[in-house]
Design a protein around this ligand. Structure first.
Ligand code: FDA
Length: 394
């Protein structure tokens, strides 16, 4: 069936975090479309259902991308405090969990409702279960053919915003649409790979301690994160490992310090005289999970009594635990990755407006762009800041 032709000022592809935020600032005559049944599905499942919506310590250094300066402008013009203000205006209760990470007290869906209310208030319209089947640009206007409920609509728009996100979690509707359109209009896309993702070992070497978690300092290619690490059936996860996954490439090793807060060397040395008859593994189980110690005992010289340890053995044990070098075989991939590293190259995007420097009226925002934040609310803050930058420019 053929619907009536329509003219709008702005067509936004993708009703996720960035697209909805952009619509809330782009003003009336804005249409946001999404192929999903509901807007903001990733917001809904984020932060264990409570959405870690920003981070108090948002700082450009906590983002990765080929141009380390690109994201500075948008992040400084719509900050974590601005978003917090919006959350407060909507009377959504929140709390800081750890490391500046802010979560809803109640439900992530409150953030979706807030964005939906904001965008409808500006007069923008939201079409769900809608797909783009054709797109052209005549140098002045975009002509998009849309399918909605079996009806075909031809829509002309002065501005087109690409906000369809990255490739992570294809089961939730992630597609490479933004990349394809960006390429079609002469933009390049940097290499993309899964990030904030568990790392795996083909030999499933940690299956016996799956579920064990311990604080570590994990390091990949010179960047270290001090957070918890979780052993899984397939390998390693937990915040420390998700964070380093963004800095890890296939074939690289990671280094794990299992004793980030313990001076085990001194305590073993003094235990030699006070508790010499203690088993080394029993002494270690005071600072590390018992199941982990049993697992490590198969690889490190942890047999015998504390009293029998020479200084050299103590150094060997502590060095082994501080510099545990592991070479993951891979990652769990886009199936579970929280974000996609890489994306539409920023080299032809204006950092203040997020508009293409090549094609007038073409905007690119959110995860689709080559800007990726650390774990902890940084990626949503990028979605809000880049969405507002484009919305204000429109
Ligand atoms: P987003 O993915 O949100 O939106 C894109 C939209 O485009 C979707 O609605 C999709 O349906 C639509 N779309 C895609 N292809 C389309 C097509 N071909 N046609 C039409 N529509 C299309 N970040 C954070 O800061 N704090 C957190 O707590 C979490 N937690 C978290 C948990 C999990 C499980 C995941 C997977 C991710 C997170 N993240 C996160 C990351 C965060 O969700 C992500 O960075 C943002 O949602 C990115 O916002 P965008 O709007 O760019 O894309």
């Amino acid at each position: 069936m053929m619907g009536a032709d329509m003219d709008v000022n702005t067509l936004i592809l993708g009703a996720g975090a960035a697209g909805m935020m952009c619509a809330a600032h782009a003003g009336p005559s804005t249409l946001v479309i999404d192929h999903a049944k509901a807007p903001g599905e990733k917001i809904r499942i984020s932060g264990g259902g409570r959405c870690n919506f920003t981070n108090l310590h948002t700082d450009p250094a906590r983002f990765l991308g080929q141009n380390p300066h690109f994201h500075k402008s948008a992040l400084s013009r719509y900050t974590q405090w601005d978003f917090l203000d919006l959350v407060d205006r909507h009377k959504i209760a929140w709390h800081e969990k750890t490391l500046g990470q802010l979560f809803c007290d109640d439900k992530a869906t409150q953030i979706i409702e807030m964005l939906r209310a904001e965008l409808l208030q500006t007069g923008a319209e939201l079409w769900l279960k809608t797909t783009l089947t054709d797109l052209a640009h005549d140098g002045d206007q975009y002509e998009a053919t849309l399918e909605r409920d079996g009806t075909r609509h031809v829509l002309r728009a002065r501005n087109l915003v690409l906000a369809t996100g990255g490739k992570s979690i294809p089961k939730m509707g992630a597609t490479g649409l933004a990349y394809d359109i960006a390429r079609k209009f002469g933009h390049t896309v940097t290499e993309t790979r899964p990030a904030l993702v568990p790392l795996t070992f083909s030999d499933k070497r940690f299956a016996d301690i799956s579920g064990v978690s311990t604080p570590v300092a994990a390091c990949a290619n010179g960047t270290t994160f001090e957070e918890a690490m979780l052993f899984t059936h397939r390998g390693l996860s937990g915040p420390a490992v998700l964070q380093v996954s963004s800095y890890w490439h296939e074939g690289d090793s990671i280094s794990v310090n299992l004793l980030p807060n313990h001076d085990l060397q001194s305590s073993l040395r003094s235990a030699r005289t006070i508790q010499g008859k203690r088993n080394v593994t029993t002494a270690l189980a005071e600072v590390l999970p018992e199941r982990l110690v049993s697992h490590l005992a198969t690889q490190l010289p942890l047999q015998g009594n504390v009293g029998d340890l020479s200084d050299k053995r103590i150094d060997e044990i502590t060095d082994g635990l501080r510099q545990w070098t592991l070479t993951p075989t891979g990652s769990e991939g886009y199936r579970t990755a929280e974000v996609t590293l890489g994306g539409i190259s920023t080299d032809r995007i204006d950092s203040k407006t997020m508009m293409s420097r090549k094609v007038p009226g073409l905007f690119m925002i959110g995860e689709a762009v080559d800007v990726t934040g650390w774990l902890g609310g940084y990626n949503f803050q990028w979605a809000w800041s880049s969405g507002v930058a484009a919305g204000r420019a429109i």
